[in-house]
Design a protein. Structure first.
Length: 195
């Protein structure tokens, strides 16, 4: 009886594995986001994001992603004749990124290179509330009331896959248009799952 149950479980698992590996309809991933705001004063921001990619061809995917960069602390130093003091202050600057566009990639093997060209929006806001999921949700809800700028994102990167699990690194220039053209370095890295 135990052997029969074990055999059924193994055969079912093999069927699920073969079905999952045979399918490659798209990818879902989360990532850590680094955004170097290039305008003066230059600011380094870190955040989290997620993306969904759907295959339209073996070498082309349509991809949507959103990232939320948390506020950043900065240091100030004050010199006096007796002691020096360093204080940490919150900038209260947060950034919400939303991008959509095609991703052109090499074949479906375990290592793939890709380039992408996406359009979307960027929203800069000053918010003194703590960075929580509720703060993120209200930021998305209030987008219609915000001063949102258009974005063009040319980028590229590499993906490494073992079965359905992978890691992805991409680097690009997130260009936004407000009082001229603003170039900003953006790097994202994180795990992905094929489905």
């Amino acid at each position: 009886m135990k052997r029969s149950i074990l055999m059924i479980v193994l055969i079912s698992a093999m069927g699920i594995v073969s079905t999952a590996s045979a399918q490659n309809n798209g990818e879902f991933g989360i990532f850590a986001n680094y955004f170097r705001h290039g305008s003066e004063p230059s600011t380094n921001l870190w955040g989290l994001g997620g993306r969904l990619s759907l295959n339209v061809h073996e070498n082309v995917q349509l991809e949507a992603e959103m990232a939320y960069d948390f506020n950043r602390s900065f240091t100030e130093g004050f010199e006096s004749q007796t002691t020096g003091t360093i204080t940490f202050q919150r900038s209260h600057l947060r950034v919400l990124h939303g991008l959509f566009g095609p991703k052109f990639q090499t074949g479906g093997g375990p290592i793939r290179a890709f380039v992408t060209l996406k359009g979307g929006f960027i929203d800069f806001r000053f918010d003194d509330r703590p960075a929580t999921f509720g703060t993120f949700a209200s930021t998305v809800d209030e987008l219609r009331l915000s001063d949102v700028s258009g974005v063009l994102y040319p980028g590229g990167g590499v993906e490494f896959y073992a079965w359905i699990f992978g890691l992805r690194l991409d680097v690009g220039d997130e260009i936004y248009f407000r009082d001229g053209v603003r170039n900003n370095l953006r790097i994202a890295f994180g795990p992905h799952i094929r489905f």
